[in-house]
Design a protein around this ligand. Sequence first.
Ligand code: SAM
Length: 240
Amino acid sequence: MTGNRISTQLRRMRRDWDRRARENARFYVATLQDRWSDDEFYRSGEATFQEQILTDLGNICQGKDPREMHVLEIGCGAGRVTRALGRHFGHVYAVDISPEMVRQARRSLSEFPNVRVYRNNGRDLSVVGRSWWSRWGIGPKLQLDFAFSCIVFQHIPNREIIESYVREVNRRLRPGGLFKFQVQGSPRVKVTEDDTWVGVPFSEPEARQMATRCGFEMRYHAGAGSQYYWLWFFKEREID
Ligand SMILES: C[S@@+](CC[C@H](N)C(=O)[O-])C[C@H]1O[C@@H](n2cnc3c(N)ncnc32)[C@H](O)[C@@H]1O
């Protein structure tokens, strides 16, 4: 796919997600209910945290103290899961393509000085920048200990954009570190270039090949063939 077509798709994603965020951010983040109280919304984030993080601390922390860990979330939305991450981990960096989602996430995370939310370009982590890291006195060499993303890639209709994120995470993650994320796994979905709701599906071999290309070992996976296809990518080697 050409650079122009990817740029058009990224613009579309920002436009659509921003519209959704202005209309009813919490509904589009978690479509189980169309009205969410603060309490319900953040409890659903805690539930995701319980299921995906607390049950998996061995792979995620690998013996490190969570309060000393640097953790990234891709596609944080209105901060549903980010709050739980902020409660548990020492330093959390969250990115999202939609300015309105970022505004709402920042508002909901205002009491968390250890969480930083960035609006990004929808394909890389360049905004998670050196200047911020150096403000924390840790210089340009900061390495992430863990990266996480849920209910985000299942909405991205373009494989190259997803792979761009996987490569970026490889560059920022410490050797051996885990990128745990969820993609669309159902082969039955109908993906079109101009639809920013239905993401491109991955089969197990496709996910494995992407891991290898991007310097990861895909050590585990769960939910192949379903909407919630979870992948555990452990960083094996540096890529260019
Ligand atoms: C369904 S919401 C999920 C939010 C959050 N992960 C959660 O579980 O509460 C999807 C989020 O992904 C963001 N998003 C979509 N495409 C993105 C991209 N290419 N880069 C970064 N964020 C993206 C949207 O703006 C939206 O906030």
